[in-house]
Design a protein around this ligand. Structure first.
Ligand SMILES: Cc1cc2nc3c(=O)[nH]c(=O)nc-3n(C[C@H](O)[C@H](O)[C@H](O)COP(=O)(O)O)c2cc1C
Length: 433
């Protein structure tokens, strides 16, 4: 399947589901995180002790008993579960172009910007399930959404099925999947025993998935990394499917392959997973422009792709725009797309005025979107870094200043492209949550 540049119509949230009002975030300046590890550290203090093997045995018995008593969901393994997984995916319009989960970076205004420019679904940043259940401030700061923010995957890290279920129940009316982070490879995840470190405890992973699949109305998805050995990856994926996972996003790198800019993702391993399971599969890794999207879908046979790093620099990636770095790639020539990152940043800032988020997130996006611009005018970056407290006025003025300095770095589109960007309604819809 080739993706065209025309936006699809997203499904809408029914008004009855709009009762949840997350309080607006306080705008507090914080230092700019510089890498994924630091971003993680900001959010994810260690999870309290995880389950022992004996506890897992008891928990499994409970889960099995509960299944005889009936459950609301039925997103379980087996034929019916697979059919429901596909029915749900189709009901959402088979969204194939996705904003990947990114701590501090896939927050509401950024998701809305990407949706306007072709993203068909999005993940929240990873939320820490235990803190989410315990701390009201964390909930209202870290999870905000609105009517147009759909389809939405809400991602949690966890190692306790009951706590995960409690966290998931709080957000299930406002999303389309509850996602379990099984891929975070950072030190903080090792300390907290979650993310990719649960690959060492697959019985616990099974329990997490089963618990949600049996007790939620919305389906469960998982985002995984691959094992060094392909057979281990395939066993892992089929176990998740049997446990009730309805959609699998596969990042084609192992837990130890952290340098994603240097190490290419293994699309052939993703293809093998796609062939081994019967639920929808999304491919993740090395999606930098639309040619990558189409090659990845062709190679892997996946239903869709997730992009992370490249979207941060170019949130209009899924609308067919690419940065100068990739403009020479592919058979077609490219031309100035009449859009640039400063314009995208201004749109993002307006969305932040409407849907407030912590300043540390805004700061991170400014650096990502204007990275190339700052390389040409480092003095502007220095001024930005000197601001311990940001304001929107300062940021809009900063963009004007770059323009006055004659700085413009276009985004490019294919020479053959007559794509028209149809702005989504999100620019006009009030923040409802
Ligand atoms: C800033 C940043 C934050 C991330 N946070 C998360 C996260 O919260 N949950 C998760 O599953 N993956 C997270 N990731 C990993 C991405 O979702 C994705 O799997 C990875 O970057 C590979 O995709 P890419 O090659 O398109 O960048 C993060 C990546 C980045 C760059």
């Amino acid at each position: 399947m080739k993706f065209s540049l025309v936006r699809r119509c997203h499904h809408r949230l029914s008004p009855s589901k709009l009762s949840f009002m997350a309080s607006l975030t306080t705008q507090t300046p914080t230092p700019t995180p510089t890498d994924e590890d630091n971003l993680d550290d900001l959010l994810c203090p260690s999870t309290a002790g995880s389950a022992t093997a004996a506890e897992i045995g008891e928990e499994r018995e409970d889960v099995e008993k509960a299944s005889f008593l009936g459950h609301p969901n039925g997103y379980l393994g087996g034929e019916a579960g697979i059919e429901r997984a596909w029915a749900h995916w189709r009901k959402l319009g088979q969204p194939g172009l996705m904003v990947a989960p990114m701590v501090d970076c896939s927050e509401l205004p950024f998701r809305m910007l990407c949706r306007k420019y072709g993203a068909q679904a999005a993940y929240t940043p990873m939320l820490h399930s235990r803190i989410f259940t315990e701390n009201e401030k964390y909930r209202s700061m870290e999870f905000t959404t609105c009517q147009e923010d759909r389809p939405l995957f809400v991602q949690f890290c966890a190692n306790d099925p009951d706590i995960l279920l409690d966290a998931a129940k709080r957000v299930e009316p406002f999303c389309d999947y509850i996602d379990i982070n099984l891929g975070c490879p950072q030190r903080i995840a090792r300390r907290g025993n979650y993310g990719a470190f649960l690959m060492d405890n697959l019985p616990l992973v099974r329990l997490l998935v089963e618990k949600l699949a049996r007790n939620l109305q919305v389906p469960v998805s998982c985002k995984i990394r691959i094992f060094p050995d392909l057979q281990d990856t395939l066993k892992y994926a089929t176990m998740l499917e049997e446990a009730g996972c309805s959609l699998l996003a596969v990042h084609g790198r192992t837990r130890d392959q952290k340098d994603q800019r240097k190490l290419r993702a293994d699309w052939m391993a993703i293809r093998a997973v796609k062939n081994a399971v019967r639920i929808p599969v999304l491919a993740n890794g090395n999606i930098r422009h639309m040619d990558d999207v189409n090659s990845c879908l062709e190679v892997t046979g996946a239903e869709g792709v997730l992009s992370a790093d490249a979207l941060l620099e170019n949130p209009a990636l899924f609308a067919g725009f690419c940065t100068a770095e990739w403009a020479g790639e592919g058979e077609d020539g490219t031309k100035d797309g009449n859009l640039d990152q400063a314009e995208l940043l201004v749109e993002y800032l307006k969305l932040c005025e409407k849907y407030p988020v912590p300043w540390r997130m805004i700061r991170a996006h400014v650096h990502k979107m204007l990275g190339e611009w700052f390389r040409k005018h480092p003095e502007v970056r220095e001024d930005l870094n000197a601001q311990s407290r940001l304001t929107f006025e300062f940021l809009y003025d900063m963009v004007d200043r770059l323009r006055q300095l004659g700085c413009r770095i276009p985004l490019y589109v294919k020479e053959s492209s007559n794509s028209e960007i149809v702005p989504a309604a999100n620019g006009d819809v009030p923040c409802s949550l």
